[in-house]
Structure formats: C-alpha cells, structure tokens
Design a protein around this ligand. Sequence first.
Ligand SMILES: NC(=O)N[C@@H](CC(=O)O)C(=O)O
Ligand SMILES: [Zn+2]
Length: 434
Amino acid sequence: MSEAVGGVLLRRVRPYGEAETDIRIVGEEIAEIGTDLPVPAGAEVIEGGGAVVLPGFVDLHTHLREPGREDTETIATGSAAAARGGYTAVFAMANTDPVADNATVTDNVYRTGREVGLVDVHPVGAVTVGLQGRQLAEMGMMAAGAGRVRLFSDDGNCVDDPLVMRRALEYATGLGVLIAQHAEEPRLTVGAVAHEGPTATRLGLAGWPRAAEESIVARDALLARDAGARIHICHASTAGTVELIRWAKAQGISITAEVTPHHLLLTDERLSTYDGLNRVNPPLREASDTEALRSALADGVLDCVATDHAPHAMQDKCCEFAAARPGMLGLETALPIVVATLVAPGLLDWRGVARVMSERPAAIVGLPDQGRPIAVGEPANLTLVDPDRTWEVVPEDLASRSRNTPYTGMTMPAGITATLLRGRVTQLGGEVRW
Ligand SMILES: NC(=O)N[C@@H](CC(=O)O)C(=O)O
Ligand SMILES: [Zn+2]
C-alpha cells in the first residue's frame, strides 16, 4: 500500500480535457501543477500523451458478492475491476450472504476492502433485517461501526411497505445517513422478466411496467418530503421517473438519483435473441427512455452514473431467459459507455463527466476526500482517460471474476489508462498493481 518513493509525475495530461500540463504527486496529494515540471529524483513518470485526467470515479452501486458468492466476485477481484474502470471508491451493496444487515458484516467488508487497498470499499447496510422489508436493521450500529456505514439499501428488493419506508427515512434522518431505494412495486412485477411493451409481448415474456418503478419513486418522494429526509433512487430506468424526480426537486424535496450505463445505452430490442445476459432489474427499456435518461443526466435532473455491477456465474445467465438471474457487469465498461452516449453526442463535456462520475456521487454520500477538484493540496484520487483508445470487450480480459457482460464484441470508444488512489497507482495500462 506504499506509494513510490519520490512520488508520481503525470506528464502531459489534460485536467477535465482542458490545456495540457504536468501533475506532480507527493505522498497522497497533488503537490504541483504546471508545464514541463522537472522529474523529481525517484519519481515514477507516467506519460499521459495528452490523456484526459479526471477525479477518480465513485460508484454508489456495486455488488461485490463477498461474503457468500466468492465464486462470482470477491472484494479483491471487484476492487481490481473498479481500479481498471477508473474508480477510487465503490459502495458495496448489502445483498450478500449473510446479508449486510449488522455491523459484523459491514465492518468485515470495510476491513477487507482496506486490506486489498485498490479502491475505497464502503459497505452499504441493509435497511431491513434480511432484506425482508419488515423489521428495521440496526442502522445505528452499522453507522457507528468501523465501516462507518453512510448509505443503506435493501437493493435487489424494494422497501415496499410504506410504513416501514417512512420509519426508515425518519431513522436515517436522525442518524444523518442516506437511504437508496430499489424502486419496484413488487405486486406489479410478479413473474416479470422484461420491460412491459411491444417487444415483451412479441417475445412472450412477462412484462415489468414502468409504473412499478414510478409509483415507488412518487411515493418515496412524498414520504421523504413529510419526514424531512433525503432519499436516493437506484437505477432510474424510465422517462416517467425522470419527470417525477424533476417535479420533486422543483418542490424542494431532497431527492437524488442514479442511472446505469446499460440503461443509457441498451434497449429491450436486444431481448429478441433470448440471451440471458440481457436480463437485468429494472429491465432494459425503450429508446424513448434511454433518450430521456441521457438528457436528464446532462441537465442535472439525474445526479450521477452508478454501475449496478452485478456479477453472476455463467450457468446462471446462459439458461432460458426467464430463468437467468438479473444483473450485468459494469465497472470496467462504465466510462466508455458514458463517452458513447453523452460525450460523443455533445450532451456532456469532460467537466460534466467529472460531475456525474465523481463529484455528485461523492457529495451525495458525503465523502470528504473523493470527487475533489484537481488542484494543489487535494488528495491524488485521479483517473486517466485516453479518449482515442478504442478497444473490444473480451470477457476473458476483464478483471472481474464473472463474465456476464452484455457488451462482448462491442468496440468501446475510450479507455482508462491509469488510476491513482491517494497517490498510489492502482492500475496502469490495465495492469492492476496489487
Ligand atoms: N440489478 C440486478 O439485476 N441485479 C442486482 C440487484 C439489483 O441491483 O437490483 C444483483 O444483485 O444481481
Ligand atoms: Zn436494484
């Protein structure tokens, strides 16, 4: 976990895609920014070649599967995938086995993440015991533990009982922590595997209506308003959710929302092959939804990108579509998809990418040392992006222990060339430095 003696010199990089400069890092901090800096004795020099440098990315929604399904991902392999994707902090969801509904589990996730040291792993605590939606978990104990849990979610499940959700919001407000809701009214999604629409009808797949998500988003906005609480919406997937969040924000309700790379890029038309790799919750929607999600991210109605990185064993994905487990990998392909869907069409510039990938997610959960400006004296949590490096997604090349990417064979329009966590190079050219 030690940084190179003499620090690191990033040569010819472009902060936020702007003018080329050098960045000198000493210890954990940015020590100097300027052109043609001399190479300090013993420093590692990284030739940027004009690469864009951004604050390290922060993912509010990662499934690391440890404890319980270490055959599909571990905190170590997931951290490596995160480093390769340009991330310096990830929030590890609570739907593990055992569930992270107590401080023993959340503290362990935190400690293991520290030992691995590639990315800051923040445990997410469950809102309810066993993700069952009935009894509130000991959120206070988890918040006060070594893992200092600041984000709580039953993700995978929705906290669907409105009274439980109301109590959870009140409790969270008292603790100064945030609840992230997987918005799904379960009585509208019984047996559902695909977006409810013409494609599902044609393919004979049971449909998941937009209203299953939107009704919970609307309800939770009102519950948060009445409790004076903050609420975060996981993986927003519909144009209607965008309109509800726009309305709630206009009312002064403290609501924030994330969108996944796959909901920005993919639509349910991909389901025609019945390939289980395309099954995900919430389901891939229609082009009118992806368009609304893209512009909402650009105009700030949606706050940030979160991967919902969801590793699964191939035997659980390569079966009949309806039997495939929902979820897809996301950490190593997130930035290129943001480039393809937002930067290339001119909806976001690199400052905007820094906002949705780093600054906003860090602010939402109140991380003091992430999402910071690239400036002297700031922690050196940095990501180098080569905007001209195209690469093809080959599942076997990914650092994740799982292979369930829907992007196999696709050409990605940008590459992450290096990641630094508090001055330590965690990956260079895709090579992870354990
Ligand atoms: N998104 C998914 O389809 N699956 C997630 C759970 C979740 O994020 O809802 C998983 O844990 O596999
Ligand atoms: Zn979810």
